[in-house]
Write a protein that binds this ligand. Sequence first.
Ligand code: NAD
Ligand code: DAU
Length: 358
Amino acid sequence: MIFVTGGAGFIGSNFVLDWLGQCDEPVLNFDKLTYAGNMHNLAALKDDARHLFVRGDICDGEQVLALLRQHRPRAVLHFAAESHVDRSIHAPGDFINTNINGTFSLLEATRAYWSELDADAKAAFRFLHVSTDEVYGTLGPDDAPFSETTAYAPNSPYSASKAASDHLVRSYHHTYGLPTLTTNCSNNYGPYHFPEKLIPLVIANALAGKPLPIYGDGQQVRDWLYVSDHCAAIRRVLDAGRLGETYNVGGWNEMANLDVVRALCTILDRLAPKAGAPVSYLEQLTYVADRPGHDRRYAIDAGKIERELGWKPAETFDSGIFKTVQWYLSNQAWVADVQSGAYANWVEQNYLNREAAA
Ligand code: NAD
Ligand code: DAU
């Protein structure tokens, strides 16, 4: 079996669903169920014996080690993290705790388990660390995209904590020989994306008649990748990645935020026209104060994973974003459920002062 951390979050749940859609190898899904973890994402696996869910914290090394010894996975795939940049600005402590201390505890538990395996199992074992392009910092308009050799220069507490976790993973390979792999991926979007992030937030706010908040001038660039393409890349790296290596994953889809929001409004105008159409959702667009330390541009050079492992994204931005809007329109109960929790407090905290300052 494989041991997945954070498999109730956005990318982790997509990964678990895709994995069990494609093979029968069981998954032990270990997740703390923070505000971002959601068992509804995994509803399709409710009666599926191939999916074993255990609630727990990666900082609890003893629990992790006991589970590893009991279930004897051939790989640990580490998705669990605090993942939202704005939250890391308001409350960095959780990011240090989960992303740095939690990754350290997980590595220690994995190292203890791995050292007890027989030679064949030891050689076959993998620890795959799921990381982000944000560790590389920000690019100017004419800079080459991030490659695996770009120097780390994180600018937010989130990206700094992910950078630290990447370094720990690297050190466990070089110092202890742990068979690690690291992926650094660009911005994902797709089903089960928590509506604190730009794309699902804009869809939800548009339909609710609320402002579509654009930080600063909206010209910040992100490199968008449909989530199932990221999941396919992770499977490919797990299968064939070279030990100790890192692989950048991206969609060759650089877009300014404003253009992303415009694209969403255009699709929504077509699929769910506003009452009183031809009024467009674009009318709800609202400029708000910028994110402190906001990285201007991310772009990924995905050449290494393409050349070495033959991975390429299957979706274009146009096909992926259309599917995404369709998914949100068909799953408004999922959004309403997520929004019924502590979400309202977050929205108030993040946007109230911004609008006043814009
Ligand atoms: P998410 O916030 O949607 O989900 C995180 C999951 O981890 C949740 O289920 C949460 O309950 C769980 N978790 C948090 N703290 C935990 C802890 N201490 N112990 C156990 N579980 C815990 O995040 P996501 O967007 O799915 O991102 C998954 C991973 O991919 C993260 O490591 C993130 O840095 C990385 N990543 C994300 C993106 C993106 O665009 N979302 C892009 C590149 C890389
Ligand atoms: O690049 C990979 C990263 O992508 C991941 O490591 C992170 O976990 C993930 O959250 C994402 O980070 P971003 O900060 O790029 O994503 P977010 O959706 O929060 O914001 C995307 C862009 O949109 C960013 O430039 C900020 C802007 N934005 C965001 C929100 C929530 C707005 O303009 N308005 C908003 O209300």
